[in-house]
Design a protein around this ligand. Structure first.
Ligand SMILES: [Zn+2]
Length: 214
């Protein structure tokens, strides 16, 4: 099986898994993965992630031009800025998953890092989560704002919208996105309770461990 065929099938399996578990709904959310020739496979516009066709995925060349399949997601620009700013990025996941979106709508967030370090896996898989200010969907300023952060962060949270997460593989991007969504859920469950987040020393130790195992 060619790498492209394998990636097409993997992308569809990931979409179906996210949809089945309620992490995406309707035709929201989009996924992409880099191809060995420098192009990308992307989910098409208005497609349900629960019902993707491997042969219908949008195939873009290294210049971002559609070369096969259906028209790509209208949010393709979110993916492109991640690939442009992160040379190690091989896949991008963007969801409107409920708990992450709920956090993105809260007042008083620390815009440099929206969620406290409450679990070790959150620190290792997501790390810091900066907030991108609100812009209407498709606004060119949104791409610029995401691009300004994507070089330094593999996960960002779009205000009143949802997360965008890059990874060194589709599985890594999926794992980090799911860790973020579960941590957002825990954070909302714990609101009003006195939390003991991990200490700065504990966080530094985890980051060092994550860096040596990467
Ligand atoms: Zn979106």
């Amino acid at each position: 099986m060619s790498t492209e065929t394998r990636l097409r099938e993997q992308l569809c399996r990931c979409g179906e898994s996210l949809f089945r578990r309620g992490l995406t709904f309707g035709s929201s959310g989009n996924l992409s993965v880099a191809l060995p020739d420098g192009g990308w496979l992307m989910t098409p516009t208005n497609a349900s992630l629960g019902d993707l066709d491997p042969a219908g995925l949008s195939k873009l060349d290294a210049g971002g031009r559609l070369v096969a399949g259906d028209k790509p997601t209208k949010e393709a620009f979110l993916h492109r800025v991640f690939y442009a700013r992160r040379p190690t990025c091989e896949a991008v996941v963007h969801l409107h998953s409920t708990h992450s979106v709920a956090v993105s709508c809260l007042c008083g967030l620390d815009t440099a890092d929206c969620l406290p370090p409450i679990t070790a896996y959150y620190v290792m898989r997501v790390g810091k989560l900066p907030l991108v200010p609100y812009f209407p969907p498709g606004d060119a300023a949104l791409a610029e704002a995401v691009g300004a952060l994507a070089g330094r962060h593999h996960a960002v949270l779009l205000a009143n919208h949802g997360p965008v997460v890059g990874g060194t593989s589709l599985q890594a991007a999926m794992d980090a996105t799911e860790e973020l969504e579960e941590t957002a859920k825990l954070f909302l469950m714990l609101r009003g309770s006195a939390i003991r987040p991990l200490t700065p020393d504990e966080v530094a130790d985890l980051r060092a461990r994550a860096a040596t195992s990467a």
